[in-house]
Structures are given as C-alpha cells and as structure tokens.
Design a protein around this ligand. Structure first.
Ligand code: GTR
Length: 355
C-alpha cells in the first residue's frame, strides 16, 4: 500500500462529467498496450498528441554543452540564515548559447554540510515568495541541496509579448508553460556542471502555474528523477472532463492566460468531451519516475475531485511499469499555496522514491 495514496473523492463527487477519458493503455489504432516496450511506443504517441495541442510544443532541445555556468558569488556562509551548520550559498549565472540572442538567468544554490553528492530539490518559482527560509531548511536538514531560479527571467508571466527572453533567443510558437519547463531543463544542465551534486537525484517542484510547469518539464526530460506538482489544477493535474464544484475550466484559463498555451488551445473551451487527450496524458509521461500530486481540499479552483480522477487514470501505467509506489497523491486542509508542510511531504516522498 502506498502511504502517499490518498483518494478522498470519487467520480460521483463531480458536478460535471464529460464521459470517459481516452485510455492510456490503448494505442490510437485500438491495439492494447501490454508491455513496457509497448508503453515506450504509446508514450511517444501520447506526447505527440498533448504537447503540441495544449502547450504549443516545446522550445528546441539542446545538448548539455549549450548551457554554461558562471559563478557570480561563491561560498557565502548561510548557516545563520537557516540555523543549520555548514550551509553555503553560491550564486550562478546560467548562460544558454545557440540562440539568436543571449539568454541568461540566475540560479541560487544552497548546499548542506558534507561532501555530497547531494540530491537536489530544484524550484523555478523564484518570482513568488513560497521558498521561505523555513522551507529551504526542511530540505537542507534532510540532506538535499536546494537550487532556485526565477522562470520569469526566461519568459515573462505578463502578456503575450514575445520580444525578449527565450522568445528572442529561440523564436517559436510554444507557450509560456513550455518555456518555463525548458528553463528547468537548462537549470538541470547547469547543475550537471556543479560539484557535490547527484545528477541522478534531482527532484523538481513547483506550485500552481509552476506545478503545471514541473509536470511538463518532467514529462519532456527523463533526466529529472522526481516531480512534485503542488496545486496545479487546470492544465496540470486537474481533469478537464471531470470537474468538481467551482473549478477552473479551459475557457477560464485561456481567457486570462492565453499566452501560457498553444494558440489553438482556447478553441477547446466548452468542448472538453471532444478533447483527444486529458491531463492524465501529461502525468503518464513521467511514469515510472516518482510523481506526487499535492492537493488542498479548499482549493476548489484547482479541481481536487478531478485530481483524483487523473490519478486513477494514470495509475495503471505505473502498475504496468512495476512502479505503483512511485506515484502519490496527498491532500491537506486549507487553500491554494505552496506551504512548508507541502514541501516537507514532497521531500519525504522523493527521498524515499529516488533511493
Ligand atoms: C490562477 C490560474 C490558475 C493557477 C493560479 C496560480 O489565476 O487561473 O490556473 O495557475 O493562477 O498560478 O496561482
């Protein structure tokens, strides 16, 4: 039994149900998916359906050598800040070459005491204030290094303006969520170059739009060892077809944030039943690697009922791959937020699941 498997809602709790989800374990031509080899082919099929239609594709894949790191300030003593002996802070510029314009973002790294190699928790929500010192301490105390960047340095979270950041360097039709997910890949490339880190144990976590982002980042880069999706809701873990009371729909999200998605995605507004995919397609791309959905009962906008349905639809894939224990879903009371307790649970889950 998976201790991280809480499923408090059933499909009957939904206030709207647009019918069956496209089956993950059936190929588009109707053939069944029976083995791990079959799944590898089905996985590619699924990625080709959801990623272009919803997120507008991805920016170009780059080899790790395209990303360089420059130490801006090294070894600042952070022991007092976190109340933990031997913690150091290093500040880096991450520079991505190969584009039409220079592209750079800042990465902060805190390492615990010791020689490592340390597992890493990587978070790109630096535009927000959720990664408090108390939160980082939870990670450092568990022996994780903490790496933090601001995804909005790569693509602004403001409007559809595409004249700077990644859109100037690598022009394309992809939406901001894809750009942010790509930034996680470049941050991973940067971590590869830094001493004392365990490249095989890099866990990523993000909240809300940042949760949608980490799911897509994990779905499109198998080097990422674990994904913590916190309160992602619509276009993250929320099921489009199975909707709980007061949840966000495609029509809502594409009206306010059209630039997060493919230009054509808004056309599915009110047509959820016809979508050739649902959000279980995205989560399934992460299997068999560890994935945790963290849901808040009071965050109705993020569709807790639909999160359970997405979970139920993806679980058979983890089972097929013999990794049921690596797929979790947890609930807490309260509303929208990436709280210290949410991080602590993801750190416990991922240290166990990445072991
Ligand atoms: C909301 C948006 C949600 C979620 C949230 C957030 O306004 O409708 O899908 O992304 O923002 O990122 O906090």
């Amino acid at each position: 039994m998976n201790p991280f498997q809480e499923l408090p809602y059933s499909r009957g709790d939904a206030v709207a149900d647009d019918g069956p989800l496209p089956d993950l374990l059936t190929f588009a031509d109707g053939a069944p998916v029976r083995t791990a080899d079959d799944w590898a082919r089905r996985r590619a099929e699924i990625a080709d359906i959801i990623i272009p239609l919803e997120y507008g594709g991805m920016p170009p894949a780059l080899p790790p050598e395209a990303t360089d790191v420059e130490l801006v300030h090294g070894k600042a003593n952070a022991s007092r800040r976190f109340g933990i002996e031997g913690v150091w802070q290093d500040l880096y510029y991450v520079e991505v070459s190969g584009g039409e314009a220079p592209l750079r973002f800042t990465l902060t790294l805190w390492t615990p005491s010791g020689d490592g190699p340390f597992p890493v928790v990587l978070n790109g929500d630096g535009c927000w204030a959720y990664l408090s010192d108390a939160t980082a301490s939870e990670a450092l105390r568990r022996g994780f290094a903490v790496a933090s960047f601001n995804r909005c340095e790569i693509a602004r979270d403001r409007d559809g303006t595409r004249d700077r950041g990644i859109y100037a360097a690598f022009p394309g039709e992809y939406g901001a969520i894809s750009a942010w997910a790509w930034a996680y890949h470049r941050a991973y490339d940067a971590l590869l170059r830094l001493p004392k880190l365990d490249a095989g144990r890099v866990a990523i976590t993000g909240h809300s739009r940042g949760g949608k982002t980490v799911e897509l980042a994990g779905a499109t880069d198998t080097r990422i060892a674990a994904v913590g999706d916190n309160n992602s809701g619509c276009c993250g873990f929320g099921c489009n077809r199975v909707r709980g009371e007061g949840c966000e729909r495609i029509a809502d999200i594409t009206r306010v944030f059209p630039f997060w998605f493919d230009k054509g995605f808004a056309a599915w507004s009110g047509r959820e039943a016809e979508l050739p995919f649902d959000q279980h397609f995205l989560a399934a791309l992460i299997a068999p690697r560890p994935l945790l959905f963290a849901v808040a009962h009071g965050d109705l906008w993020s569709n807790p009922v639909g999160a359970c349905e997405t979970y139920r639809a993806v679980l058979p894939v983890y089972r097929l791959l013999g990794a049921e224990e690596k797929f979790g879903i947890v609930f807490r009371e309260g509303g929208h937020g990436h709280l210290t307790g949410d991080w602590a649970r993801f750190l416990d889950f991922s240290s166990q699941a990445m072991a």
